[in-house]
Design a protein around this ligand. Sequence first.
Ligand code: XIL
Length: 376
Amino acid sequence: MKWFLGMATVLGLAAIVLGPRGQIWGQTSRVEDKSLRAAAGKRVQIGVAVNTGLLGDATYTGLIKREFGSVTAENCMKPASILKAPGEYDFAETDRFIEFAERNGIEVIGHTLVWHSQSPSFLFASADGKPLPRDEALRNMREYITKVVGRYRGRINGWDVVNEAVADGGGLRQTPALRAIGEDYLLKAFQYAAEADPKAELYYNDYNIELDYKRASGLELVRKLREAGARIDAVGIQGHYLLTSDMAEIQRGVKAYTDAGFKVMITELDVDVLPRAGQGGADVSALERTGMNPYVEGLPNDKQAELAAKYGQLFDFFLAQPNLTRITFWGATDAHTWLNGFPVRGRTNHPLLFDRKYQPKPAYDRVWQSLTRASG
Ligand code: XIL
């Protein structure tokens, strides 16, 4: 026993000395033990949106396997990627993605079934743009959901059934599905999904529904759906934040949903570090001249610290909410974040925990600490 403990200490010290990140972790755990997934333990699931174009990149997949417990496809499971023409489904990319996850013991989140964006127009409108008759649109939606959810029945942990149905100005967003079917398109979508895979969790997913300007509409929608009999297993709050996002407002908002009896998941977390005012224009040099693209050479130390502090506040709060059960980052590294192209194209953004060389940033360590404390 004594020699065993001695060996363990030596191995532990070796792990500290040999740590590839050149940092001392304050504990004699094995190198591979430092990951978000391990730090989260059973307290919360840490997920990531995956760019399936990178599944052949071993550094990328290595990072995903090490750090995350669930994956969401960043694009390949959206209706426009799967349904190429009426009745013509293409599951190749999604099959590869799900097989990757299964091979590596990672759970899969389906994103998304009904959305006004990245979806073929023929589902809900005729060629001249007019809404289809209700019956036809319902039939199309049912067929799509049944086919896709049915194909992966038992292999998907949960589905974002409807994405972004709340309008920024309040009430329901005017979408092709709403125009063709009417307000109950949401309820129907939840029913069809539940029928196609009774064991998969079902989520309503949206952005900014925790913020003051959209909260009442978001809450009203999910409450009404629940009253009408929809099985909403969780409300997905996307969590596309800014360095300047107001923590108190986010806290009020998340609590409003958990207080209403909903489980909450943060489904698309990132923290935009670039200026938002005066957007528009894709001329990169013009962006640089106007200061809209200030961190092309890298994120300066003071901003790294600010980002780490913001992530720390977010995680400390999220993890203090017992009914908040998953936090998914919208991308793995700054090299691939959608925020390099949104809302202004051609910028250099730094919103995630890993930099362009796939190395953990100070924000990573801050999140890791928060997870370790919460799962301890
Ligand atoms: C984004 C992807 O990240 C981009 O690659 C794509 O070009 C557009 O869509 N809310 C959502 C996600 O629900 O599906 C969006 O993903 C980001 C905003």
